[in-house]
Ligand binder design. Structure first.
Ligand code: F6P
Length: 541
């Protein structure tokens, strides 16, 4: 059912009309204890929602919405392996990838847990051989550089985690990521790498993705040229992560170097599958499992916690409240930790590819807002760039502030300064500064309007003890499940991504034109016009 058709929706609308009159400062004045009231604990994470524009009544109504939409029943169906990805007729079982206890999961007669265990086991053996120098390159040298070639879910997840957990990276092995079809990415990455010591991981769920296959072919040429060797060298320097074993073999990668996964793993949810091989190689087997442990802890919380304490569900409801009632179009993800600098980009795919949809699960156009625009940068960098608009612009931008109590690099007072900004920004956004306060500070009348901050801009505070593989895994799973809940609340299929197909098809039609192999007239006059310029400049005219 669409959320707007639920019984509680009209009540939410009526409640909103009353609540929107109150600023966050007024909410605190009405109930000074709200700081404690809206605090939540989940594995590895402590979250405070008191600086959101809501009351207990708001959460009560929102939880009724979740009930009416059957969010928890749908979650259980997902964990059981029902085919909840309707448009692709597939199960959605990324949770099985990190299952670390309990009974084996059997779905449609297949032992999913055993399959996952088998691939993880092969990955571990492979990593041990690379780390131990048993697996060597074509010329007998140890493999010291790993280049993961993939895009989207086959890149962003491993890249984000590798960056986030760099502190824990193994010495003596370097991991690089190439995604863009722009040759610059590959060329610049390969500069300084020694082909004799380089292992390429070709990561592609479908093994049909243009960017990845083009980069893989060019990497192969670079390798064979560098080694002055023939195709026989490929077996020692290439492995593949894919569900499409036939296509991988066609590419010429040795069977024993193929690590499979399954169609029930969505690309953007795949980092604990074989897609994480670069992580296992770069961070070590133990850290990879510690990451899975964090995921698993949050999975259990999501499955078992009561609705009122269920953090992914609560975050999803608060997001919906900002999105569908306050009309917020975006959500800023602001990690106060440099290691998390790719986290917003990773979440962009996770959220926007999942819930960037305008057709409901019954195939009808929706008449309400769905997934938000996700963006962000680490703090404090963002403070000196785009925070101005969040503080004083005309748009309402809810923000997730993500921070840690203990730094990994305890240098002088850096962390105290970092975190004082973390807390201060949330305070400034919530309470702002009134005209009277500005005046009392002695601010001159002529600049007074510019020095006033309206405040009442909602933020969520997410804190963990320290950035570890476990806390990172739990954080990712927290957002994954939040996105899942929102998909159900908005009545969307969060697990397909048909919207990316049209552009791919058209690129396929335009490519022959650019390659000059086909006489064809561009179908729109703007394209014809820019192509004229493009061809002229190609010919130095
Ligand atoms: O085009 C979008 C997409 O299909 C993503 O969903 C996916 O993560 C990415 O491309 C890469 O796909 P693959 O892993 O099959 O190469």
């Amino acid at each position: 059912m669409n959320p707007t058709e639920t019984k509680v929706w009209a009540e939410l609308e009526a409640h909103f009309i009353e609540l929107k009159q109150l600023t966050i400062a007024e909410l605190f004045a009405l109930d000074p204890s709200r700081g404690k009231q809206f605090a939540y604990d989940a594995p590895y994470w402590h979250v405070n929602l008191a600086k959101q524009r809501l009351t207990e009544e708001t959460l009560k109504l929102l939880l009724r919405l979740a009930k009416e939409q059957g969010v928890q029943a749908e979650a259980r169906a997902m964990f059981r392996g029902e085919r909840i990805n309707q448009t692709e007729n597939r199960a959605v079982l990324h949770t099985a990838l990190r299952q670390m206890g309990g009974e084996d999961l059997i779905v449609e007669g297949e032992n999913i847990t055993a399959q996952v265990r088998a691939v993880l086991g092969r990955m571990e053996v492979f990593c041990a051989k690379v780390h131990g120098g048993e697996l060597v390159g074509h010329t007998g040298k140890p493999l010291r550089s790993v280049v993961n070639i993939g895009i989207g879910g086959s890149d962003l997840g491993p890249l984000m985690v590798y960056e986030a957990l760099r502190y824990y990276a193994l010495e003596g092995i370097r991991v690089e990521f190439v995604s863009n079809i722009d040759a610059t990415h590959l060329v610049e990455t390969l500069k300084g790498l020694d082909p004799e010591e380089t292992l390429f991981i070709i990561a592609s769920k479908t093994f049909t993705t243009q960017e990845t296959l083009t980069n893989a072919r060019s990497a192969k040429e670079w390798l064979l040229r560098g080694l002055r060797a023939g195709e026989e060298a490929v077996a020692k320097h290439f492995c593949a992560l894919s569900t499409n074993l036939e296509k991988v073999e066609e590419f010429g990668i040795a069977k024993e170097n193929i690590f499979g996964f399954w169609d029930w793993v969505g690309g953007r949810y795949s980092l604990t599958s074989a897609i994480g091989l670069s992580l296992m190689l770069g961070l070590g087997v133990e850290n990879f499992h510690a990451l899975r442990k964090g995921f698993y802890a949050m999975d259990r919380h999501f499955l078992e916690a009561e609705e009122e304490e269920n953090l992914p569900l609560i975050l999803a409801l608060v997001g919906l409240w900002n999105n569908n009632f306050f009309g917020a179009e975006s959500l800023a993800i602001l990690p106060y930790d440099q290691y998390l600098h790719r986290f917003p980009a990773y979440l962009q795919q996770g959220d926007m590819e999942s819930n960037g949809k305008a057709v409901d699960r019954q195939g009808n156009p929706v008449r309400y807002q769905t997934g938000p625009i996700i963006w962000g940068e680490p703090g404090t960098n963002g403070q000196h760039a785009f925070y101005q608009l969040i503080h004083q612009g005309t748009k309402l931008i809810p923000c997730d502030f993500i921070g840690f109590a203990r730094p990994l690099n305890p240098l002088g007072d850096h962390h105290k300064k970092l975190m004082s900004n973390f807390f201060a920004q949330q305070q400034a956004l919530a309470f702002g500064r009134t005209e009277a306060e500005a005046r009392a500070m002695g601010i001159k009348e002529e600049v007074l309007p510019y020095r006033v901050f309206s405040g009442s801009r909602p933020t969520t505070c997410l804190l963990a003890e320290q950035l570890t593989p476990e806390s990172l895994g739990a954080l990712i799973a927290l957002y994954e499940h939040k996105i899942f809940c929102q998909g159900i609340l908005w009545n969307l299929d969060s697990f397909d991504q048909w919207g990316v197909e049209l552009g791919k098809e058209l690129a396929g039609q335009i490519l022959p034109l650019l390659a000059g192999g086909k006489e064809s007239v561009p179908s729109d006059s703007a394209l014809a016009e820019v192509l004229e310029y493009y061809f002229k400049k190609q010919n130095h005219e």
